[in-house]
Structure formats: C-alpha cells, structure tokens
Design a protein around this ligand. Structure first.
Ligand SMILES: NC(=O)c1ccc[n+]([C@@H]2O[C@H](COP(=O)([O-])OP(=O)(O)OC[C@H]3O[C@@H](n4cnc5c(N)ncnc54)[C@H](OP(=O)(O)O)[C@@H]3O)[C@@H](O)[C@H]2O)c1
Length: 234
C-alpha cells in the first residue's frame, strides 16, 4: 500500500513510519517544516512533505494517490489544529482509502465509556488550564473525532491509554468502552500503539470502530486472556 502518515515526525509518527516500512508499504510523511530533521533516519526511504498538518493544500498533495492515511490527531494550540487536520484528510483522501486516526481514551463515540475519578479529575483540571494557557484545546480533538465519526469514509479512531516507552510487547488488545475490565491497566507501549494503527489498515473489522487499546502484556490484558482461555477449556 501507499500510505500517508500525517504527523510523521512525532514519537508515535516515527514508530508508525518504521512499522509501515517493515511491512513494505510505501510511505509519504507530513510534518512541520522545523521537524523534518527528526525524520533523517528515514529520509532515503520515504517521501517527506513539510508543512502544518492543518494546511489543506499540504494534505491534498500528501494524500494524493494514497491507499491509506494514518493521522496523529493532536490538540495543540487553540485554533482548531486537530479539526483542521481531520477535515483536510476527510476531504482529500481518495475515495475508499482506509483512514486511521489516533487520539486518547478521553474521546467517546457513544457516551458509554466509564472513566475513573482520576481521568475525570485530570480532564476537569488540565483541560481548562491548557486552554487558558493557550497550549492545547482538548475540545478541538473532540470536535475533530466527531467529524470523523460522522463521515462515510472507511475510518477507525484508535483511542490510546496512558503511554510508556519500551520494547514492543506485541499488538495491543482493545475494547469498545473505557471501563471494560480488560482495559483496567491503562498502559500501552507507544511502539505498540503505532503497531495497532498500522495493523488496523489491514483489519476491516475495525472499520467504523473506535477501539480503546491497552498493552497485551499488562495485568488486565493477561487476566482477560487467562479468563477467556479458561472458559474455552471448560
Ligand atoms: N501522550 C500520551 O500520554 C497519550 C495518551 C493517549 C493517547 N495519546 C495520543 O497519541 C497521539 C500521539 O501523542 P504523543 O503524546 O505520543 O505525541 P507525539 O507522538 O510525539 O506527537 C506529537 C505530534 O504533535 C506535533 N506537535 C507538537 N507540538 C505542536 C504544536 N505546537 N503545533 C502543532 N503540532 C505540534 C508533533 O509534531 P513535531 O514533530 O513537528 O513537533 C507531533 O506530530 C495523539 O493522538 C495523542 O492524542 C497520547
């Protein structure tokens, strides 16, 4: 496949580039001009299109002819960066392209997610504070995801738990709702978040899903796997 990675220079983006190349995909990466150097390790193997990810002309050029687009949705600033990025991808990706977006557990598709008091408190305090300081606007990421959910494209919105660095544990497990026991550990290796994003391109069962993910080696994922295996043996 020819894949466009929007936000390729970030931590998640660079892991996605590596996974995509490992699978022999052709990669076009979009990143801010000042971040092009962060992709030096890949510069001979990918096409880099410098520019802001909410610049519609940049996205139009980058996604042309791509079978799939992986988009890192980030709520930076207070000028609708995430919404602009998502809308440009929705508008310009070619018909039938597979679209996968990243975000966090705080995004809910159907309002059925159950959040811990810790997550609710963090959202209540940090959200307004970041907006007040004009650093980030979580509401913008929420709005961006609503536009994706409402679109008739072949989308998946991958909702990441808390993240950590470290070696891959393998493909994360997922569930439809935060609060489901399998997700309780609330931790995923960033390299595996990226693996899930890239693997989703070839998993049609994830089209029109908003999987909340957790590391497959975390206690809650292992407990869930053991319980399923036990039930299968009975
Ligand atoms: N961090 C977490 O704990 C966490 C938890 C759950 C889900 N997520 C989700 O995971 C994804 C990746 O997040 P991450 O935290 O791991 O970060 P990341 O992969 O390092 O990505 C950050 C992205 O934001 C861009 N960026 C940074 N500052 C910017 C600015 N001022 N204006 C515009 N773009 C800017 C970066 O571009 P440059 O390379 O140009 O700087 C990069 O593409 C996001 O969708 C996030 O919602 C994160």
């Amino acid at each position: 496949m020819k894949i466009c990675i929007v936000g390729a220079s970030g931590k998640l983006g660079r892991y996605m580039v590596q996974h995509a190349l490992d699978r022999d995909h052709e990669v076009v990466g979009v990143c801010r001009e000042k971040s092009v150097g962060k992709l030096d390790a890949f510069k001979d193997r990918i096409i880099i299109i410098p520019g802001k990810t909410n610049d519609r002309e940049v996205i139009k050029r980058a996604v042309a002819g791509c079978d799939a687009v992986l988009t890192v949705l980030v709520p930076w600033g207070v000028r609708g960066y995430a919404t602009g990025t998502a809308q440009a991808v929705l508008d310009y990706a070619q018909a039938g392209a597979r679209l996968v977006f990243s975000c966090g557990w705080h995004i809910t598709r159907d309002g059925q997610d159950l959040y811990s008091w810790r997550l609710r408190a963090a959202a209540k305090v940090l959200g307004p504070l970041m907006r007040l300081l004009r650093v980030a606007d979580i509401g913008d990421q929420v709005k961006a995801c609503r536009r994706v959910f409402a679109s008739d494209t072949r989308w998946t919105v991958v909702r990441g738990s808390d993240l950590e660095e470290g070696e891959s544990q393998g493909l994360p497990v997922w569930s439809r709702h935060v609060g489901d026991p399998v997700l309780e550990s609330n931790l995923t290796r960033r390299v595996d978040f990226a693996l899930f994003m890239v693997a989703a391109l070839e998993d049609d069962a994830l089209v029109h899903e908003a999987p909340a993910i957790v590391g497959c080696g975390t206690p809650s994922a292992l407990a869930h796997a053991a319980a399923s295996e036990g039930a299968g043996n009975r």
